[in-house]
Ligand binder design. Structure first.
Ligand SMILES: [Zn+2]
Length: 65
């Protein structure tokens, strides 16, 4: 049976699993080393973008006021 690994907790999952039964993370197809890919997470992408903008604004405020 083909397996892949959960990217969050490294549990072995069935190759066609869509979700980790151990930690509940959503998983996609396995990559070439046998670890399932994470689905793209828009929320964390947006949050990191926002924190970058906030940092930029802070630097601007601190040095160019
Ligand atoms: Zn997991």
């Amino acid at each position: 049976m083909e397996t892949k690994k959960c990217p969050e907790c490294m549990t072995y999952l069935a190759a066609n699993a869509k979700k980790c039964f151990s930690c509940g993370a959503k998983v996609k197809d396995a990559n070439k080393v046998g670890i399932a890919k994470r689905p793209f997470n828009w929320m964390s992408y947006l949050l990191s973008l926002l924190s970058l903008i906030a940092l930029g604004l802070y630097i601007w405020w601190a040095f160019f006021k």
